[in-house]
Design a protein around this ligand. Sequence first.
Ligand SMILES: Cc1ncc(COP(=O)(O)O)c(C=O)c1O
Length: 459
Amino acid sequence: MSEHRYPLGHVLYRKLNKRFPLITRGEGCWLVDEEGKRYLDACGGAFVANLGHGVAEIGQAMAEQAGRLAYVNGTAFTHEPVEQLATEVAALSPGDLNEVYPLCSGSEAVEAAFKFARQYWVETGKPKKHKIVALTPAYHGNTLLALSASAREHYKTYYREWLVDVARVPAPYTYRCECSGRPPLCPACDGSAVEEAIVRLGPETVAAFSAEPIGGSSSGATVPPADYFRRIREICDRHQVLFVADEVLTGAGRTGTWAAISHFGVVPDLMTLGKGLGGGYAPISALVAPGRLVDVLANGSGALLHAQTYSHHPVLCAGALAAVRYVQRHKLIERCAAMGQVLHRKLQALRGLPSVGDVRGRGLLAGVEFVADPETRAPFPRGRGFAERFTALALEEGLVVWPNVGQADGTNGDLVMLAPPFTISEEEISELVRRFSRALERAVAAGKAGAAEKAVEAV
Ligand SMILES: Cc1ncc(COP(=O)(O)O)c(C=O)c1O
């Protein structure tokens, strides 16, 4: 067995200074490496493997489609998989979100949503409307417009000159806002910070406001106050700003409903899907828009100006169609809601453990925020790399989690995310919590040892 790390071999890995286990197969919630070590995939890869690993029928549907028709140019032809997938997604999506534009990644869907908003306003005779308002913390992707809208400063380090200005508003991040999500709500939590930004920019210049309905990794599965999005809807309507719900991470059932925005009883103007839409079997995303907006483009320039070779791809659409039908046939969104309650109940055992500041989320999406001092909520200094160390130790314990950093103040802050497949069992959830607790114990002990070493060095 050879080692898998740069510069051995020819892969330009996503990390250039670590050794990668080579995974040979996946079964349900488990990954198995070439040495036979089993990992509990507690974050579905990257919030992707909603159906679990190794569901052969999805791959079969894709193989059959590739054998019949692998690709056609989406400007010249349509085909059954895209027609059927769009029908299914439209039926599942809230309100009048009925028109589906498939792409490949979440970032592409976000770019398409912003471009759609801009094009819509130009074609309705309001060409001054081009500005975007977004939250901090938030993540909307890594291509340049999506990155501009993201509040992930360390991703922007080398690219600032290429990014566009996006107005930032504090997110309803209840663990760290002024009101902790309790009345009287602070401007971040009651939506007034969004209105203030729109008014400051001039509503006649604002095209779109974007938000993740339930925080993704950036705010560690933060659930906004119950009325937040109703207020956002009302503000966006009053100022003629399109509300983009970025459901790349939360959509396709992850929080126990097809779209997380449905928990808030609100219909956005545009919605993006990605990640779980293809369950990891197909790299597919989608922009979902209502006919009332698409009609403007249809009667204007006649097309969304966001052409990409692999949009509307037959094999990817066949994979997503098989995944969506599988989820429905096995009632996996209902299962996600039910097992989500089990997950959150069992995760309560982590509260009170050293360095655990908060545990939160909805459905099978959870965030655990680590702090240096649970009383003051002071984060660890970034240099300690707590989230990274925890994640590495969790991997040693055979538990895959998703770390994120910087949410406390843009630089400091450590959290990890959990988002297991919807098929996870109660026993597997207990195993997840056991492995999590062991990794935490080791991370805290290693932190103390590190601190002691530093103290010795200082002497
Ligand atoms: C909310 C949200 N939007 C967009 C994206 C970008 O998706 P992708 O990495 O598939 O481009 C992500 C990825 O994590 C996300 O969480």
